[in-house]
Design a protein around this ligand. Structure first.
Ligand SMILES: NC(=O)c1ccc[n+]([C@@H]2O[C@H](COP(=O)([O-])OP(=O)(O)OC[C@H]3O[C@@H](n4cnc5c(N)ncnc54)[C@H](O)[C@@H]3O)[C@@H](O)[C@H]2O)c1
Length: 361
């Protein structure tokens, strides 16, 4: 297939690109390479896929030196005109939209970018998919859409209409917008609610990265809600495997869908949403212990209250994806953290560490 992936300089986009290239798909990646976090890491991910950023020109395709089937274009999804031009040039079979302003806490202080990229940018993606007759649009939603919902595990069949951050609201908006396009224009769409993704090449604004860095540097870590948090950490390879299963099996109309008892997970239109999570939440303090064990160094923990926009517990009901597409995430937190630490040490040239005493405030 010829697949457009947006957000390919990002964490999940990098891994998905590698996976699809390896199995022989033709990939066109786009990303605006913004500086929300360390741009060097984004450049390094691109370079690892054979894309050199030196001399790169906005909206001009760059061919990979490692993969003949990979082209990257530095492009902003809010730039409708150039986005349309690239859809016209390439005639994609499928589109996977991962480009977004991520981060729950950042959305409390920088709301505009969430509307610009996640809402207006996503509208541009929908419009291009509509006009260029894309067979299937897969897009990143988030577990954060469950918001105030406390019915565990989180199921796609339950209503998720109470977001607690603008980030979550923008992701929920994506699902609603996608449904409209599926209904009006018969565009096949699948929204994927990812649950706390972690792994090598991970995001510096996320817990595993922040904790590992601070522990190795002997700095305190902030543990929110006094550690009373359960997170359904999901290893990035599992996420990417799930996305691949979804790309290969486009959304279909659910002919059994009942408008009098509407299931939020499907529709009379070719629309669906899936959770992709491990379905096995881990206590935040146990997660920290796992990192401590693997870096052989104790954390200095500063216990903090709950943060605005955050939720205390997430847990994916993974039965829908398993039943529909026969896929279930596999990788344990122990193995996943081990692989992350190995990558982190290699990437940042860190040799060895020695145990330090623990201080709990
Ligand atoms: N990582 C997680 O735990 C997680 C959980 C739930 C949902 N998601 C969603 O999955 C997707 C990928 O997440 P990630 O963790 O890889 O994040 P990421 O920030 O590493 O990747 C997103 C990429 O999109 C690019 N981007 C942002 N705005 C853009 C724009 N206007 N035009 C073009 N490119 C733009 C960024 O430069 C970045 O490289 C996002 O949509 C995110 O909201 C991630």
């Amino acid at each position: 297939m010829k697949i457009l992936i947006t957000g390919t300089a990002g964490f999940i986009g990098y891994h998905l690109t590698q996976k699809l290239l390896k199995r022989g798909d033709t990939v066109v990646g786009i990303d605006n390479i913004n500086d929300y976090y360390d741009v060097k890491l984004k450049h390094a991910r691109l370079l690892d896929a054979g894309i050199k950023v030196s001399g790169m020109v906005y909206n001009k395709p760059v061919c990979s030196t490692k993969h003949p089937n990979y082209t990257f274009i530095k492009l902003d999804i809010t730039d409708k005109e150039n986005l349309q031009q690239q859809f016209q040039n390439y005639q994609f079979d499928a589109v996977c939209n991962l480009a977004a302003q991520a981060g729950v806490r950042y959305s409390l202080t920088n709301p505009d970018v969430y509307i610009d990229t996640n809402v207006k940018g996503f509208l541009n993606i929908l419009e291009c998919c509509r006009h260029f007759k894309i067979n299937h649009l897969v897009y990143a939603s988030s577990s954060s859409v469950y918001g105030l919902n406390k019915k565990m595990p989180f199921s796609e069949h339950n209503i998720a209409d109470h977001p607690v951050s603008l980030y979550a609201a923008s992701k929920k908006a994506n699902e609603m917008m996608a449904h409209t396009y599926s209904h009006l224009f018969n565009l096949r769409t699948t929204g994927l609610r990812f649950f706390t993704v972690y792994g090598p090449w991970g995001r510096p604004d996320m817990a595993l990265f922040i904790f590992t860095k601070a522990i190795l540097e002997g700095r305190p870590i902030e543990v929110f809600n006094n550690g009373n948090m359960l997170r359904d950490f999901t290893y990035v390879d599992d996420i990417v495997e799930g996305i691949t299963h979804v790309i290969d099996q486009p959304a279909e109309t659910n002919f059994l869908w009942d408008a009098k008892d509407p299931d939020p997970a499907t529709s009379s239109a070719p629309f669906r949403v899936f959770n992709i999570g491990r379905g096995a939440p881990v206590n935040l303090l146990d997660f920290v212990s796992e990192i401590e064990a693997q870096v052989n160094k104790k954390a200095i923990k500063t216990l903090m209250p709950m943060q605005d926009g955050d939720v205390a517990e997430t847990c994916a009901d993974v039965s829908n994806l398993d039943e529909m597409l026969n896929y279930k995430p596999q990788v344990s937190v122990h193995t996943g953290v081990e692989r992350f630490i190995a990558w982190y040490k290699k990437y940042y040239h860190i040799k060895s560490t020695s145990p330090e005493p623990v201080l709990v405030h």
